[in-house]
Design a binder for this molecule. Structure first.
Ligand SMILES: *[C@@H]1O[C@H](CO)[C@@H](O)[C@H](O)[C@H]1NC(C)=O
Ligand SMILES: *[C@@H]1O[C@H](CO)[C@@H](O)[C@H](O)[C@H]1NC(C)=O
Ligand SMILES: *[C@@H]1O[C@H](CO)[C@@H](O)[C@H](O)[C@H]1NC(C)=O
Ligand SMILES: *[C@@H]1O[C@H](CO)[C@@H](O)[C@H](O)[C@H]1NC(C)=O
Ligand SMILES: *[C@@H]1O[C@H](CO)[C@@H](O)[C@H](O)[C@H]1NC(C)=O
Length: 315
């Protein structure tokens, strides 16, 4: 959809806006581009030949200059963009990864963002490690400290079950400081996130909750909570819970999920519960972490393809 939009915008820009202002050059600094490069299907030399009809201060010129930097050997990128990676490096390891704090925009789409959008640069720079810029600084927060990514990436986290461990691992990387990190990993959710997600090298908690106790799990596939939460999932999750209230809520499924015994007594001691602060029982954890950082304005996506299309059709 945006490609169509861009095609129209660039077309209108190139055809309609012919003023006697300063003319656009393919390279932002005016130097010669490498004629062997291509933008989309069009050789850089073809783009260079037609781009002079566009005013230098137009967004079309700026977008083409960015493509010149990326594809035509131009030494600089236009100053109104901020690059994700230091020095404008653009060969990132994870181009298709979705960035949770940027409305799931992909890394590739966020490589260069317009500076005009408030906070865009700092938000984009924060994605450098996540997207795999070479030499990017390590994030201050990781779900699995001193170890590889979670080995149970598809497990879903209570109480909302909307985020998987993999999602959560992505999300905590964007913590702004150590206290936000500690909240995300040890505070907000009713579960020991690192161990439930299968991190190695983290201390294993003593299980304090059980769905069935000595009784047998039955109806493993029965759907007992939204969205599609089964007895089996609650059964696997229970030993990792650290919140007594949440444990009790989960055990209310006993008669549906378990057979041949009594509801197990909670084994959590009220005195050993730093986790049971009001914060630990917050019901909507993930929104806390994202809403502040979530981007409230849109980025202008790049128009390489449409620029090339229009340029190759322009005599
Ligand atoms: C671009 O420059 C021309 C001529 O100097 C000016 O009239 C026009 O307002 C400028 N446009 C923008 C978007 O700055
Ligand atoms: C473009 O390609 C030609 C032929 O392969 C080569 O001789 C020339 O050095 C190239 N130019 C640049 C600027 O890389
Ligand atoms: C666990 O931590 C130790 C020391 O921090 C490290 O040497 C080891 O490689 C880690 N194990 C894994 C599987 O990452
Ligand atoms: C979470 O708690 C564990 C155990 O108390 C501690 O080792 C770890 O550093 C904490 N993690 C964070 C991010 O604060
Ligand atoms: C079953 O467990 C879920 C997750 O703890 C809870 O939200 C739900 O209320 C429980 N269902 C019943 C019927 O108690």
């Amino acid at each position: 959809m945006w490609k169509l939009f861009c095609a129209v915008a660039v077309f209108v820009g190139v055809i309609a806006v012919r003023v006697n202002g300063q003319q656009c050059t393919l390279c932002a600094d005016g130097s010669a581009s490498n004629p062997n490069g291509t933008i989309g299907a069009a050789p850089c030399s073809d783009i260079e030949a037609v781009i002079g009809s566009t005013p230098a201060n137009s967004t079309q010129c700026r977008d083409v200059q960015l493509q010149g930097f990326l594809n035509c050997g131009c030494p600089t990128f236009p100053g109104s963009f901020c690059p994700m990676c230091a020095d404008g490096f653009f060969s990132i390891a994870q181009p298709n990864k979705q960035i949770p704090i940027l409305n799931d925009m992909t890394c590739e789409d966020a490589l260069f963002a317009e500076i005009a959008v408030e906070n865009a640069c700092s938000d984009i720079e924060r994605t450098a490690h996540f997207c795999g810029c070479p030499g990017a600084p390590e994030p201050i927060c990781t779900l699995c400290a001193n170890g590889p990514a979670p080995s149970k990436p598809t497990r879903r986290l209570p109480p909302s079950f909307t985020l998987t461990c993999a999602d959560y691992s992505d999300l905590v990387e964007f913590s702004l400081d150590e206290s936000e990190c500690a909240d995300a990993i040890n505070g907000t959710l009713p579960i020991h996130t690192s161990t439930y997600c299968g991190c190695v090298n983290v201390s294993t908690p003593v299980p304090t909750c059980s769905l069935c106790g000595d009784a047998a799990l039955i109806n493993a596939d029965m759907n007992v909570a939204e969205p599609d939460v089964t007895c089996q999932e609650l059964f696997e999750m229970a030993p990792f819970l650290k919140d007594q209230l949440y444990c009790s809520a989960l055990q209310a499924n006993f008669t549906i999920c378990c057979e041949g015994g009594a509801v197990p007594a909670p084994t959590m001691s009220p005195t050993t519960a730093p986790d049971r602060s009001p914060q630990a029982q917050t019901e909507s954890p993930s929104t806390d972490l994202t809403s502040g950082a979530r981007w409230h304005a849109s980025i202008w996506l790049l128009c390489a393809l449409s620029v090339a299309m229009v340029a190759s059709q322009t005599p």
